[in-house]
Design a protein around this ligand. Structure first.
Ligand code: SF4
Ligand code: ZN
Length: 305
């Protein structure tokens, strides 16, 4: 197939479109889409300090690379924040790559570990609680640490590498679990209430599919060798991902449609929860919608086992 812009060989046909692009025009398209998302959703102000949550995977490294490209000559400051959950054989190779990538781009890197901050590695937690899916602990503790540390570092925003596939999966997961309220943390700019204890979260890759992000990472040599978390297959998300990939293959456009429908209803979801009060967790002081935050509930559970 030929590039729709310059008629050289194309590398990718864009989703839900007849347009195919070569490497050069695909990268231009990709960066334009990120810039547009940032502009339309007013994600980043002129003098913002932006924390970028990185894991070493293709999404977060692509995000780091593109934001650096867009903002390197501006007053916006970028910092990378990484969480070491303590999953043996998984994070270590990633972190070697993360360090050298941040050095190369001259972006300060801040690393925090579950072991030091929570008192246990995820492997130790999984050993203690064999019933609960590791992702439950991992997601809650990682979100808590990223929020706390980004605030401590004085960041104005926290950017994450979520793409359109991730978002479609989360929307369906919330539906299947009858957890509509969780929708307030979805959307290109997450959260419902501005509070000094919550850092605003932004998702500049929101409208790009997993395939597009992977292609961009690959052609720009950002992709570290892919190592999947050993716990990934145990997660609920992985079943939803397989289901949506099957649907997308049979009915192209499914993922885009899920996200577009969600975006049409999200103002209603946010409005209905806008009135709910933000409490302070009785145990740790973090902002929460209940008396005790989810991280403290899980911490209590694991220390009592
Ligand atoms: Fe954590 Fe689960 Fe992701 Fe592994 S797959 S990094 S355990 S959330
Ligand atoms: Zn708490």
């Amino acid at each position: 197939m030929k590039c729709s812009s310059c008629y050289t060989p194309s590398i990718l046909k864009l989703p839900n479109s007849e347009i195919s692009l070569c490497k050069k025009h695909f990268c231009i398209y990709f960066e334009k889409k990120v810039r547009k998302t940032i502009r339309v959703y007013r994600m980043i102000d002129k003098q913002d300090k932006v924390g970028i949550a990185i894991s070493g995977g293709k999404d977060s490294m692509t995000l780091l690379y593109v934001l650096h490209k867009i903002f390197k000559l501006t007053k916006v400051q970028l910092h990378a924040l990484a969480i070491d959950e303590g999953i043996s054989g998984y994070r270590d190779p990633h972190f070697i790559f993360v360090r050298s990538f941040c050095d190369q781009l001259e972006i300060p890197l801040h690393v925090y570990s579950f072991e030091k901050e929570i008192g246990m590695t995820l492997d130790q937690i999984t050993q203690k609680d064999k019933e609960t899916i590791p992702c439950t602990y991992c997601g809650v503790f990682r979100r808590k640490l990223l929020n706390e540390k980004a605030l401590e570092l004085g960041m104005d925003k926290l950017a994450t590498g979520h793409n359109l596939d991730d978002e479609a999966q989360s929307i369906i997961m919330n539906q299947f679990r009858k957890n509509v309220r969780a929708g307030v943390i979805l959307g290109p700019v997450a959260g419902v209430v501005r509070d000094s204890k919550f850092i605003p979260r932004i998702k500049p890759l929101y409208f790009l599919t997993e395939k597009e992000v992977t292609t961009f990472a690959y052609v720009n040599k950002i992709l570290d060798k892919f190592v999947e978390c050993p716990n990934a297959e145990r997660g609920y998300r992985s079943s939803i991902r397989d289901m949506l990939n099957n649907f997308e293959a049979r009915y192209p456009g499914t993922k885009h449609n899920i996200v577009s429908s969600f975006l049409a209803t999200v103002p209603l979801i946010k409005k209905s929860y806008m009135k709910s009060h933000i409490h302070t967790c009785k145990l740790c002081g973090a902002a929460t919608s209940k008396d005790v935050c989810q991280a403290c509930v899980l911490l209590g559970k694991i220390t009592s086992l």
